[in-house]
Design a protein around this ligand. Structure first.
Ligand SMILES: Cc1cc2nc3c(=O)[nH]c(=O)nc-3n(C[C@H](O)[C@H](O)[C@H](O)COP(=O)(O)O)c2cc1C
Ligand SMILES: C=C(O[C@@H]1CC(C(=O)O)=C[C@@H](OP(=O)(O)O)[C@H]1O)C(=O)O
Length: 389
């Protein structure tokens, strides 16, 4: 499966075309809208989220609520576009549009502005920020919603939560089932399981906002029900854990990814890191622990997949940071009109989506691309073979 996204942050709409989704998958706009709404929530978001009410239109690839096997086109409108029609679409040659020719020549530290302008030879950095904006994650979540629907049909559930914001760590991070995780995080303004930490995280976000500052954090994504031996060790670009790390790192502002205990493995001996193997007739091969986060040799172990990602603080700050105007080369202190002060809760939904996408793609690649019935049968056969192997 693959998908492209297109669209600017303040343009008319965002689009994704998804290719390779098998035929026979039940898919409704409401499945996708639910995920889009989850991405819009979270303490610390800026004014833009009060303007947008993300709703998907399914424009191809689905008939009577069932996928056809042909490319699926999903579109989400930018409601904010009505305020930006001149800036986004004005004919620069018309005299009356002189005012909207105003260019952005002051790059924000931490954003894509300066490097993007140099690379694409844009003197107006709006041409960069419109596409580098995380507004694009809207349609990545839409594609992820399709992947989640596919995974659910195949017995795989994906959930996520926030582990840390602005240095405040969640102490209580355990849960019985992914359903419990989902219920608790849906009720939390920061998508955190720990109610004491949640309050402190919200305070940290408010404090950052009051000071014109921003904060980042750490999110965790878990997937349960992945069959064993999905992915491959045979070639670097077939390793599924590597694909997950790249997917996490592709989210705007994400600067690190971990699988299982991740960086902690550097500080422990092998005897405390590797997960001992056991077997019983009912469950086949399982592990006593899951430090490997569900991966060995680029393939799933059949244990839950555990992936974490670290998000840096939002770059656009109300508190001015030093930068240089590319026209005058003069130093200035950047000031801005609106921004999120913390988007870690929203980003946890994006992280779930990109992980779901990679897992769904891997299943389809390994067990058949054409229709859901064949894939389901192939997975049942594979699981049975692995159990008694
Ligand atoms: C959900 C989400 C919301 C974001 N909101 C903002 C924002 O309001 N202002 C901002 O400057 N950056 C925001 N970012 C981060 C920037 O998009 C990101 O830092 C920028 O594209 C530069 O890329 P890099 O940080 O990955 O190097 C957001 C990121 C995510 C995932
Ligand atoms: C629009 C979204 O996030 C945006 C991501 C973003 C950035 O620079 O990444 C900057 C802000 O855009 P604006 O300047 O229009 O307020 C955020 O609101 C979204 O998540 O849907």
């Amino acid at each position: 499966m693959r998908y492209l996204t297109a669209g600017e942050s303040h343009g008319p709409q965002l689009t994704t075309i998804i290719e390779g989704v098998p035929a026979g998958l039940p898919l409704l706009a409401e499945d996708i809208n639910e995920e889009l709404a989850r991405r819009q929530k979270g303490h610390g978001r800026g004014r833009r989220m009060q303007i947008e009410k993300d709703q998907v239109q399914i424009l191809s690839g689905v008939r009577h609520g069932i996928t056809l096997g042909s490319p699926i086109t999903l579109v989400v409108e930018n409601k904010d576009f009505t305020h930006w029609t001149k800036i986004m679409g004005a004919d620069p040659l018309e005299e009356e549009n002189a005012e909207v020719k105003r260019v952005i020549s002051r790059p924000r530290p931490g954003h894509a502005d300066l490097n993007g302008a140099i690379k694409y030879n844009h003197r107006d950095m709006r041409n960069v920020l419109e596409r580098s904006s995380a507004r694009e994650t809207t349609v990545r979540v839409a594609a992820g919603a399709v992947a989640k629907k596919l995974l659910k049909e195949l017995g795989v559930e994906v959930g996520g939560h926030v582990l840390e914001i602005g240095g405040v760590k969640a102490e209580q991070t355990t849960y019985e089932t992914l359903n419990e995780l989902r219920e608790k995080t849906e009720a939390s303004p920061v998508r955190c399981l720990d109610e004491t930490a949640e309050k402190m995280m919200m305070k940290a976000i408010d404090h950052a906002k009051e000071n014109g500052d921003s904060i980042g954090g750490i999110v965790e994504v878990i997937a349960e029900g992945m069959p064993v031996a999905v992915g491959s060790y045979t070639h670097y670009d077939n390793k599924l854990d590597a694909k997950l790390a790249a997917a996490i790192m592709s989210i705007n502002a994400f600067k690190g990814a971990e699988i299982g205990i991740g960086f902690e493995a550097a500080r422990k001996p092998g005897s405390e890191v590797h997960d001992e193997i056991q077997w019983d007739i009912e469950n086949g091969y399982t592990r006593k622990t899951n430090n490997a986060g569900g991966f060995e040799g680029g393939m799933t172990t059949g244990m839950p997949v555990v992936v974490r990602g670290v998000m840096k603080p939002i770059p656009t700050l109300y508190k001015p940071l030093q930068s240089v105007d590319i026209e005058t080369k003069e130093a200035f202190a950047a000031s801005i009109e609106r921004s999120d002060s913390c988007a870690v809760p929203a980003a946890s939904v994006v992280a779930e989506s990109v992980v779901a996408w990679e897992l769904a793609s891997a299943l389809v690649q390994q067990f058949g691309q054409d229709n859901m019935e064949v894939i389901k049968k192939n997975i049942v056969h594979h699981q049975e073979r692995a159990r008694v192997f």
